[in-house]
Design a binder for this molecule. Structure first.
Ligand SMILES: [Zn+2]
Length: 568
């Protein structure tokens, strides 16, 4: 391909609407354009990246036993009513009617569709196991689509569904897909971790999220460098920390003027933060107050709290609501609240001795709070958010925290959908049984964005070679000089013949402009053809990721370039 023919309108300025790096760079590099909120056109460069990711997905999925098919994007409502999800899905589902008034949706996912397909065709255990997948657009009407391709309303996804005769078979399919995902993300050249995930509303056994590590990631993960433990911070289970036992002293009030934060209280009373108990007040969907208590240096994990309190959603409580249950904002404690108030205490707090907590009185705290003695009618469980340095739940070493982007997820579904949709088969003994399922997704367009989030610098994108739109760009410094252009053409042709995806920048632009564009688009290697190449037989090869410049003579540059590419 030649840049004079390439449709990649690059931008000099960073578009104001783009909040994250991948969105900014894809707009600037002429890879995507917005059609509507969360809906994008993929221009040729982006499309090539997507096709490369898809090809890796296909090769690894097929090797693991998957078979590709293509289901309709438009799905009849009847199937979703059978599974009970037509109502549950709510506003996130794009719904439409045909001319006869029949209801349809644009598929946000395909469990119903695939289960009904298999239900009608699979009769016997002999037809199992089965792994079917597709790569296509999915639709979700996000309230606030944002971050470019990271949270779009139309996006490309690979979704695979496994069908087995029993749980053992399902676990084998799960392991095959887990390994295939590991291969896929490795081949895409990404730094990632399979993270134990919350199975959430889907229910059933286990789940892993394949998280691409990047600072801009929406999910925070805890990982252990001594063992293979990694979990999303929402899911991470924590051990109870036991404070050294002390004699329980009598409760006493102490003045803490204007000490509204736990740090101020600790400073004022000259005690460590670990000796204090922090209160955080929420209100649930009904407006009822839910008070959470954790050790002063810990934070509340809202997902755990929500589960513990049996709430559907939680928001920070307003002052009126806190006052109504007998609490004083900034000075709250479980002691002396109105009866019936929901109080959830972290299990570690219950192991504290002679601690400091609020007294539900303005500018007053209690000393010598002994939760085992003083906290009554509280729900006690793990509601703490994991933090750097916490002991690993598997091996006890200290965990580290990092951020990431969820690019893939593997789930065991069990018989949730097969039971709802009556998808059964006859086992070896002629007994009718529901199919045992798993589902496995990869956000293909999101993987492209995640790759940019992980691989970029102030000049632009740095593609891993495997998914780069083109692997090499050949840039004649001055395309108006015939010798330079013809040498560049010659190099371009020989690289092409060697099977390398190569771009020739044949524009009659200044070299600086061409170098800037090459860095922005992120070709892994740039070959510069200048006066030295023509006169001294020196061909300059520059590695985008490191900025390293290498000079080769014309007789060896090709094998050197091929060798360099295998390492990128
Ligand atoms: Zn560990």
């Amino acid at each position: 391909m030649r840049t004079t023919q390439l449709y990649a309108p690059t931008l000099r300025e960073t578009p104001a609407e783009a909040e994250v790096i991948s969105h900014q760079l894809m707009l600037r590099a002429g890879m995507i354009r917005k059609a509507a909120g969360g809906v994008y056109t993929y221009l040729p460069l982006a499309w090539r990246v997507l096709r490369k990711i898809e090809e890796i997905v296909r090769e690894e999925t097929d090797a693991a036993g998957g078979q590709e098919l293509s289901m309709p994007i438009m799905q009849p409502s009847e199937l979703w009513k059978e599974s009970g999800r037509w109502e549950v899905y709510g506003e996130e589902m794009f719904r439409l009617h045909d001319r006869h008034g029949r209801e349809f949706c644009l598929g946000p996912t395909h469990e119903e569709m695939i289960t009904s397909l298999v239900r009608d065709e699979v009769r016997s255990y002999k037809q199992l196991p089965l792994m079917l997948y597709q790569i296509q657009n999915k639709y979700r009407d996000e309230i606030r689509p944002r971050f470019g391709l990271m949270r779009g309303r139309e996006f490309i996804m690979k979704d695979l569904y496994s069908f087995d005769k029993d749980e053992e078979g399902m676990n084998i399919s799960y392991k095959k897909m887990y390994d295939a995902y590991t291969n896929i993300f490795t081949r895409c050249g990404l730094q990632f971790r399979p993270v134990e995930a919350d199975n959430g509303a889907i229910g059933g056994g286990h789940s892993h999220e394949f998280t691409v590590l990047a600072d801009a990631g929406e999910s925070e993960i805890a990982y252990c460098s001594s063992c293979d433990y990694a979990a999303s911070n929402e899911k991470a289970e924590l051990r109870v920390i036991k404070a050294p036992a002390e004699e329980m002293l009598p409760l006493e009030k102490t003045a803490t003027p204007d000490c509204r934060t736990i740090e101020k209280v600790a400073e004022y009373l000259k005690i460590s933060v670990e000796k204090t108990i922090k209160a955080v007040a929420f209100q649930n969907e009904k407006g009822e107050v839910v008070l959470a208590f954790v050790r002063g240096d810990h934070d509340v994990n809202e997902v755990k709290l929500q589960n513990a309190a049996g709430s559907i959603e939680l928001r920070m409580a307003d002052e009126q609501a806190i006052l109504a249950v007998g609490g004083i904002p900034g000075f709250m404690s479980p002691i002396g609240l109105k009866k019936g108030t929901t109080v959830v205490v972290d299990a570690t707090v219950m192991e504290m001795y002679n601690a400091v907590a609020g007294a539900n009185e303005q500018d007053v705290h209690y000393r010598n709070v002994n939760p085992k003695r003083d906290f009554q009618d509280a729900i006690v469980t793990d509601i703490r958010l994991i933090q750097e340095g916490d002991p690993c739940p598997h091996c006890g070493q200290r965990v580290k925290m990092t951020r990431g982007i969820e690019a893939g997820q593997v789930f065991t579904l069990g018989t949730k959908y097969s039971e709802a949709l009556h998808a059964t088969f006859l086992d070896e003994n002629g007994r009718e049984k529901p199919l045992v399922m798993g589902c496995y997704g990869i956000g293909v367009s999101r993987t492209m964005a995640a790759s940019i989030e992980q691989n970029n610098d102030e000049h632009g994108i740095i593609w891993p070679r495997a998914i780069a739109p083109y692997e090499v760009i050949v840039v004649p410094v001055n395309a108006k000089v015939a010798e330079q252009l013809s040498l560049a053409e010659e190099i371009y042709t020989s690289l092409k013949q060697a099977g390398i995806d190569v771009m020739l920048d044949d524009r009659k632009e200044r070299a600086g402009v061409k170098f800037k564009d090459a860095d922005l688009i992120g070709y892994p290697l740039r070959i510069t053809v200048g006066p030295k190449s023509v006169e001294d037989n020196q061909i300059e090869v520059r590695v985008r990721r490191t900025g390293e410049t290498l000079n080769y003579t014309k007789d060896v540059y090709l094998e050197k370039v091929i060798a360099l590419l295998t390492k990128l």
